[in-house]
Design a protein around this ligand. Structure first.
Ligand SMILES: Nc1ncnc2c1ncn2[C@@H]1O[C@H](COP(=O)(O)OP(=O)(O)OP(=O)(O)O)[C@@H](O)[C@H]1O
Ligand SMILES: [Mg+2]
Length: 323
Protein backbone atom coordinates (compact mmCIF):
# COMPACT_ATOMS: atom_id res chain seq x y z
CA UNK A 1 0.00 0.00 0.00
CA UNK A 2 1.41 3.42 -1.00
CA UNK A 3 2.29 5.54 2.03
CA UNK A 4 0.13 8.49 3.01
CA UNK A 5 2.05 11.75 2.59
CA UNK A 6 1.85 14.90 4.73
CA UNK A 7 3.85 18.13 4.78
CA UNK A 8 4.16 20.44 7.78
CA UNK A 9 4.60 24.20 7.29
CA UNK A 10 4.85 26.08 10.57
CA UNK A 11 6.05 29.34 9.05
CA UNK A 12 4.11 29.87 5.81
CA UNK A 13 4.21 33.07 3.81
CA UNK A 14 2.19 34.73 1.10
CA UNK A 15 4.41 35.95 -1.73
CA UNK A 16 3.10 39.24 -3.11
CA UNK A 17 4.78 39.95 -6.44
CA UNK A 18 4.40 43.48 -7.78
CA UNK A 19 5.68 44.41 -11.24
CA UNK A 20 6.69 48.03 -11.87
CA UNK A 21 8.48 49.62 -14.79
CA UNK A 22 11.46 51.07 -13.03
CA UNK A 23 11.85 51.05 -9.25
CA UNK A 24 13.16 54.33 -7.81
CA UNK A 25 13.40 54.52 -3.98
CA UNK A 26 11.36 57.38 -2.60
CA UNK A 27 9.15 57.72 -5.71
CA UNK A 28 5.46 56.84 -6.14
CA UNK A 29 4.98 53.92 -8.58
CA UNK A 30 2.06 52.54 -10.53
CA UNK A 31 1.92 48.73 -10.32
CA UNK A 32 1.75 47.01 -13.72
CA UNK A 33 0.49 43.81 -12.13
CA UNK A 34 0.21 42.16 -8.75
CA UNK A 35 -0.24 38.55 -7.69
CA UNK A 36 -0.50 36.69 -4.41
CA UNK A 37 0.90 33.16 -4.12
CA UNK A 38 0.69 30.79 -1.21
CA UNK A 39 4.22 29.99 -0.09
CA UNK A 40 6.33 28.33 2.56
CA UNK A 41 8.50 25.29 2.03
CA UNK A 42 6.02 22.57 3.02
CA UNK A 43 3.36 24.24 0.86
CA UNK A 44 5.77 24.16 -2.11
CA UNK A 45 6.54 20.47 -1.51
CA UNK A 46 2.82 19.64 -1.30
CA UNK A 47 2.13 21.64 -4.47
CA UNK A 48 4.78 19.74 -6.49
CA UNK A 49 3.63 16.37 -5.12
CA UNK A 50 0.03 17.15 -6.05
CA UNK A 51 1.13 18.04 -9.62
CA UNK A 52 2.85 14.64 -9.76
CA UNK A 53 -0.47 13.04 -8.87
CA UNK A 54 0.23 12.10 -5.25
CA UNK A 55 -2.40 12.35 -2.54
CA UNK A 56 -0.98 14.84 -0.08
CA UNK A 57 -2.15 16.45 3.13
CA UNK A 58 -0.86 19.91 4.09
CA UNK A 59 -0.60 20.75 7.79
CA UNK A 60 0.67 23.71 9.75
CA UNK A 61 -0.38 27.17 10.83
CA UNK A 62 -2.24 29.81 8.84
CA UNK A 63 -3.44 33.27 9.85
CA UNK A 64 -7.24 33.28 9.64
CA UNK A 65 -7.36 36.77 8.10
CA UNK A 66 -5.63 35.97 4.79
CA UNK A 67 -5.92 32.21 4.26
CA UNK A 68 -7.51 32.58 0.78
CA UNK A 69 -4.35 31.99 -1.36
CA UNK A 70 -3.69 28.72 0.54
CA UNK A 71 -7.32 27.66 0.25
CA UNK A 72 -7.28 28.34 -3.51
CA UNK A 73 -4.05 26.39 -4.01
CA UNK A 74 -5.31 23.40 -2.02
CA UNK A 75 -8.66 23.44 -3.85
CA UNK A 76 -7.04 23.76 -7.29
CA UNK A 77 -4.60 20.92 -6.72
CA UNK A 78 -6.66 18.60 -4.55
CA UNK A 79 -4.37 19.00 -1.53
CA UNK A 80 -6.11 18.04 1.73
CA UNK A 81 -6.07 21.26 3.78
CA UNK A 82 -5.46 20.41 7.46
CA UNK A 83 -3.91 23.78 8.31
CA UNK A 84 -5.02 25.14 11.66
CA UNK A 85 -6.19 28.77 11.45
CA UNK A 86 -4.94 31.08 14.17
CA UNK A 87 -5.91 34.68 14.93
CA UNK A 88 -4.20 37.26 12.73
CA UNK A 89 -2.51 37.17 9.34
CA UNK A 90 0.08 34.98 7.67
CA UNK A 91 3.14 37.12 6.86
CA UNK A 92 3.35 38.62 3.40
CA UNK A 93 6.72 38.69 1.66
CA UNK A 94 6.86 41.40 -0.99
CA UNK A 95 8.79 41.04 -4.24
CA UNK A 96 9.05 44.14 -6.39
CA UNK A 97 10.11 43.23 -9.90
CA UNK A 98 11.24 45.87 -12.42
CA UNK A 99 13.03 45.67 -15.77
CA UNK A 100 16.37 44.96 -14.10
CA UNK A 101 16.00 43.43 -10.64
CA UNK A 102 13.86 41.84 -7.96
CA UNK A 103 13.73 43.62 -4.60
CA UNK A 104 12.59 41.47 -1.66
CA UNK A 105 11.02 42.72 1.55
CA UNK A 106 10.44 39.80 3.95
CA UNK A 107 8.38 39.88 7.15
CA UNK A 108 8.81 37.98 10.38
CA UNK A 109 6.57 34.97 10.80
CA UNK A 110 3.43 34.88 12.91
CA UNK A 111 3.80 35.13 16.66
CA UNK A 112 2.36 31.66 17.27
CA UNK A 113 2.10 30.75 20.94
CA UNK A 114 2.27 27.31 22.57
CA UNK A 115 -1.47 26.77 22.26
CA UNK A 116 -1.39 27.57 18.52
CA UNK A 117 1.49 25.16 18.01
CA UNK A 118 -0.20 22.40 19.95
CA UNK A 119 -3.35 22.87 17.83
CA UNK A 120 -1.32 22.77 14.60
CA UNK A 121 0.49 19.60 15.63
CA UNK A 122 -2.56 17.64 16.83
CA UNK A 123 -3.62 16.61 13.29
CA UNK A 124 -0.04 15.53 12.59
CA UNK A 125 -0.11 13.17 15.57
CA UNK A 126 -3.39 11.80 14.27
CA UNK A 127 -1.87 11.35 10.78
CA UNK A 128 1.31 9.58 11.86
CA UNK A 129 1.36 5.80 11.67
CA UNK A 130 3.60 3.16 10.14
CA UNK A 131 2.26 3.93 6.67
CA UNK A 132 2.85 7.70 6.89
CA UNK A 133 5.60 9.70 5.18
CA UNK A 134 5.93 13.11 6.80
CA UNK A 135 7.89 16.09 5.44
CA UNK A 136 9.00 18.70 7.97
CA UNK A 137 10.08 21.78 6.02
CA UNK A 138 11.33 25.27 6.49
CA UNK A 139 11.95 27.75 9.26
CA UNK A 140 9.90 27.98 12.44
CA UNK A 141 7.92 31.02 13.65
CA UNK A 142 9.75 33.46 15.94
CA UNK A 143 8.21 32.28 19.23
CA UNK A 144 8.57 28.59 18.42
CA UNK A 145 11.32 26.65 20.27
CA UNK A 146 14.16 25.64 17.91
CA UNK A 147 13.99 22.08 19.31
CA UNK A 148 10.59 21.61 17.70
CA UNK A 149 11.76 19.44 14.80
CA UNK A 150 13.97 17.34 17.08
CA UNK A 151 10.92 16.66 19.28
CA UNK A 152 8.62 16.02 16.32
CA UNK A 153 11.02 13.56 14.69
CA UNK A 154 11.05 11.55 17.88
CA UNK A 155 7.26 11.67 18.23
CA UNK A 156 6.62 10.76 14.60
CA UNK A 157 9.13 7.91 14.61
CA UNK A 158 7.62 6.51 17.78
CA UNK A 159 4.35 6.31 15.84
CA UNK A 160 6.15 4.46 13.04
CA UNK A 161 6.14 7.28 10.45
CA UNK A 162 9.03 7.93 8.04
CA UNK A 163 10.36 11.47 8.36
CA UNK A 164 12.03 13.76 5.81
CA UNK A 165 13.53 16.96 7.25
CA UNK A 166 14.51 20.07 5.26
CA UNK A 167 15.43 22.97 7.49
CA UNK A 168 18.47 25.01 8.46
CA UNK A 169 20.15 26.87 11.32
CA UNK A 170 19.23 26.10 14.93
CA UNK A 171 16.23 23.83 14.15
CA UNK A 172 18.50 21.69 11.93
CA UNK A 173 21.27 21.69 14.54
CA UNK A 174 18.93 20.49 17.27
CA UNK A 175 17.41 17.82 15.02
CA UNK A 176 20.86 16.48 14.09
CA UNK A 177 22.09 16.28 17.65
CA UNK A 178 18.94 14.60 18.98
CA UNK A 179 18.96 10.94 20.02
CA UNK A 180 16.34 10.07 17.37
CA UNK A 181 17.23 11.25 13.86
CA UNK A 182 15.09 11.75 10.74
CA UNK A 183 15.21 9.07 8.03
CA UNK A 184 16.07 11.60 5.31
CA UNK A 185 17.59 15.09 5.25
CA UNK A 186 18.14 17.46 2.33
CA UNK A 187 20.30 20.40 3.32
CA UNK A 188 21.86 22.49 0.60
CA UNK A 189 25.62 22.80 0.68
CA UNK A 190 25.58 26.15 2.53
CA UNK A 191 23.19 24.82 5.22
CA UNK A 192 25.32 21.70 5.72
CA UNK A 193 28.52 23.77 5.95
CA UNK A 194 26.88 26.05 8.53
CA UNK A 195 25.87 23.00 10.57
CA UNK A 196 29.36 21.45 10.25
CA UNK A 197 31.02 24.75 11.17
CA UNK A 198 33.47 24.41 8.29
CA UNK A 199 33.49 25.24 4.60
CA UNK A 200 32.68 22.30 2.33
CA UNK A 201 34.63 23.52 -0.67
CA UNK A 202 35.13 20.25 -2.51
CA UNK A 203 32.73 17.45 -3.40
CA UNK A 204 34.90 15.19 -1.21
CA UNK A 205 34.29 17.51 1.77
CA UNK A 206 30.54 17.33 1.17
CA UNK A 207 30.55 13.55 0.87
CA UNK A 208 32.65 13.13 4.02
CA UNK A 209 30.28 15.37 5.99
CA UNK A 210 27.20 13.55 4.65
CA UNK A 211 28.76 10.18 5.47
CA UNK A 212 29.35 11.31 9.06
CA UNK A 213 25.62 11.94 9.35
CA UNK A 214 24.80 8.59 7.78
CA UNK A 215 27.12 6.88 10.22
CA UNK A 216 24.97 8.38 12.99
CA UNK A 217 21.87 6.70 11.55
CA UNK A 218 20.30 8.92 8.87
CA UNK A 219 19.31 6.53 6.08
CA UNK A 220 19.43 8.93 3.17
CA UNK A 221 21.44 12.15 3.10
CA UNK A 222 20.87 14.37 0.07
CA UNK A 223 22.97 17.50 -0.31
CA UNK A 224 21.79 19.85 -3.02
CA UNK A 225 24.38 22.06 -4.68
CA UNK A 226 22.45 24.31 -7.07
CA UNK A 227 23.66 24.01 -10.67
CA UNK A 228 26.32 21.48 -9.61
CA UNK A 229 23.53 18.98 -8.92
CA UNK A 230 23.09 16.97 -5.74
CA UNK A 231 24.75 14.14 -3.82
CA UNK A 232 22.69 11.16 -2.71
CA UNK A 233 24.20 9.01 0.04
CA UNK A 234 22.65 5.82 1.40
CA UNK A 235 23.79 2.29 2.25
CA UNK A 236 23.36 1.56 -1.47
CA UNK A 237 26.25 3.91 -2.23
CA UNK A 238 27.01 7.51 -3.12
CA UNK A 239 25.78 9.13 -6.32
CA UNK A 240 26.16 12.57 -7.85
CA UNK A 241 23.18 13.54 -10.01
CA UNK A 242 22.88 16.54 -12.28
CA UNK A 243 20.95 17.74 -15.25
CA UNK A 244 21.48 20.92 -17.26
CA UNK A 245 18.45 23.14 -16.86
CA UNK A 246 16.92 24.92 -19.83
CA UNK A 247 15.87 28.58 -19.52
CA UNK A 248 15.46 29.38 -15.82
CA UNK A 249 12.13 30.95 -14.81
CA UNK A 250 13.08 30.98 -11.11
CA UNK A 251 15.58 29.11 -8.94
CA UNK A 252 13.45 29.75 -5.83
CA UNK A 253 11.94 26.53 -4.53
CA UNK A 254 14.20 24.18 -6.54
CA UNK A 255 15.15 22.55 -3.24
CA UNK A 256 11.49 22.15 -2.28
CA UNK A 257 10.75 20.49 -5.63
CA UNK A 258 13.74 18.21 -5.02
CA UNK A 259 12.25 17.20 -1.64
CA UNK A 260 8.95 16.47 -3.38
CA UNK A 261 10.79 14.26 -5.87
CA UNK A 262 12.56 12.44 -3.04
CA UNK A 263 9.23 11.77 -1.41
CA UNK A 264 7.65 10.61 -4.69
CA UNK A 265 10.51 8.12 -5.12
CA UNK A 266 10.44 7.01 -1.46
CA UNK A 267 6.70 6.39 -1.80
CA UNK A 268 7.56 3.97 -4.63
CA UNK A 269 10.24 2.31 -2.44
CA UNK A 270 12.66 3.17 -5.22
CA UNK A 271 16.36 2.26 -5.26
CA UNK A 272 18.96 5.03 -4.82
CA UNK A 273 19.50 5.70 -8.52
CA UNK A 274 15.77 6.19 -9.16
CA UNK A 275 15.56 8.47 -6.09
CA UNK A 276 18.42 10.58 -7.48
CA UNK A 277 16.89 10.69 -10.98
CA UNK A 278 13.39 11.62 -9.84
CA UNK A 279 14.48 14.19 -7.25
CA UNK A 280 16.71 15.91 -9.82
CA UNK A 281 14.00 15.78 -12.48
CA UNK A 282 11.47 17.42 -10.11
CA UNK A 283 13.97 20.20 -9.28
CA UNK A 284 14.93 20.89 -12.89
CA UNK A 285 11.30 20.72 -14.06
CA UNK A 286 10.42 23.37 -11.48
CA UNK A 287 13.26 25.65 -12.62
CA UNK A 288 11.34 26.29 -15.82
CA UNK A 289 8.37 27.65 -13.85
CA UNK A 290 7.97 30.74 -11.68
CA UNK A 291 6.10 29.05 -8.83
CA UNK A 292 6.15 25.61 -7.14
CA UNK A 293 4.60 23.82 -10.10
CA UNK A 294 5.58 20.85 -12.23
CA UNK A 295 4.75 20.03 -15.83
CA UNK A 296 2.82 16.84 -16.55
CA UNK A 297 4.11 13.59 -15.15
CA UNK A 298 5.38 12.22 -18.48
CA UNK A 299 7.65 15.28 -18.92
CA UNK A 300 9.11 14.79 -15.44
CA UNK A 301 9.68 11.08 -16.18
CA UNK A 302 11.40 12.01 -19.46
CA UNK A 303 13.71 14.44 -17.62
CA UNK A 304 14.51 11.73 -15.06
CA UNK A 305 15.91 9.57 -17.86
CA UNK A 306 18.24 12.39 -18.94
CA UNK A 307 19.72 12.93 -15.46
CA UNK A 308 23.46 12.24 -15.47
CA UNK A 309 24.43 9.93 -12.61
CA UNK A 310 28.07 9.60 -11.52
CA UNK A 311 29.07 7.12 -8.83
CA UNK A 312 31.20 8.39 -5.95
CA UNK A 313 33.37 5.62 -4.51
CA UNK A 314 34.40 4.94 -0.97
CA UNK A 315 38.02 3.85 -0.52
CA UNK A 316 39.38 2.77 2.85
CA UNK A 317 37.19 5.10 4.86
CA UNK A 318 38.04 8.09 2.67
CA UNK A 319 35.34 8.94 0.19
CA UNK A 320 36.21 10.29 -3.25
CA UNK A 321 33.72 11.77 -5.70
CA UNK A 322 34.44 10.77 -9.30
CA UNK A 323 33.84 14.15 -10.83
N1 LIG B 1 20.91 26.41 -12.20
C1 LIG B 1 20.64 25.10 -12.03
N2 LIG B 1 20.90 24.22 -13.02
C2 LIG B 1 20.62 22.90 -12.89
N3 LIG B 1 20.06 22.36 -11.78
C3 LIG B 1 19.79 23.20 -10.76
C4 LIG B 1 20.05 24.61 -10.82
N4 LIG B 1 19.65 25.16 -9.65
C5 LIG B 1 19.14 24.16 -8.90
N5 LIG B 1 19.22 22.99 -9.56
C6 LIG B 1 18.74 21.66 -9.11
O1 LIG B 1 17.89 21.88 -8.01
C7 LIG B 1 18.42 21.23 -6.85
C8 LIG B 1 18.09 22.05 -5.61
O2 LIG B 1 18.65 23.35 -5.76
P1 LIG B 1 19.37 24.12 -4.57
O3 LIG B 1 20.60 23.38 -4.16
O4 LIG B 1 19.53 25.53 -5.02
O5 LIG B 1 18.28 24.00 -3.41
P2 LIG B 1 17.96 24.94 -2.17
O6 LIG B 1 19.13 25.85 -1.91
O7 LIG B 1 17.50 24.07 -1.08
O8 LIG B 1 16.75 25.79 -2.76
P3 LIG B 1 15.42 26.37 -2.03
O9 LIG B 1 15.58 26.15 -0.55
O10 LIG B 1 15.40 27.81 -2.45
O11 LIG B 1 14.29 25.62 -2.60
C9 LIG B 1 19.90 21.08 -7.14
O12 LIG B 1 20.46 20.01 -6.40
C10 LIG B 1 19.88 20.79 -8.63
O13 LIG B 1 19.55 19.44 -8.88
MG1 LIG C 1 16.31 24.59 0.56
Amino acid sequence: MAPRIATLTLNPAIDQTIHVDHLVPGEVHRALSMRLDAGGKGVNVASCLADWGADVTALGLLGADNAAPFESLCAAKGIADRFVRVAGSTRVNIKIVDHADTTDINMDGMAADETDLARALAPLDAFADDNALVVLSGSVPPACPPEIYADLVSRLRTDGARVVLDTSGAPLGHALSAPVLPHVIKPNRRELAAWAGQPLDTIEDVIACGERLRARGIELVVVSMGEEGALFLSDEGALLARLDAGPLASTVGAGDAMVAGLVAALAQKAPLERIARLATAFAVAKLGRAGPHLPQRSSVEALSEDVVITPAQKCGGVVHGEV
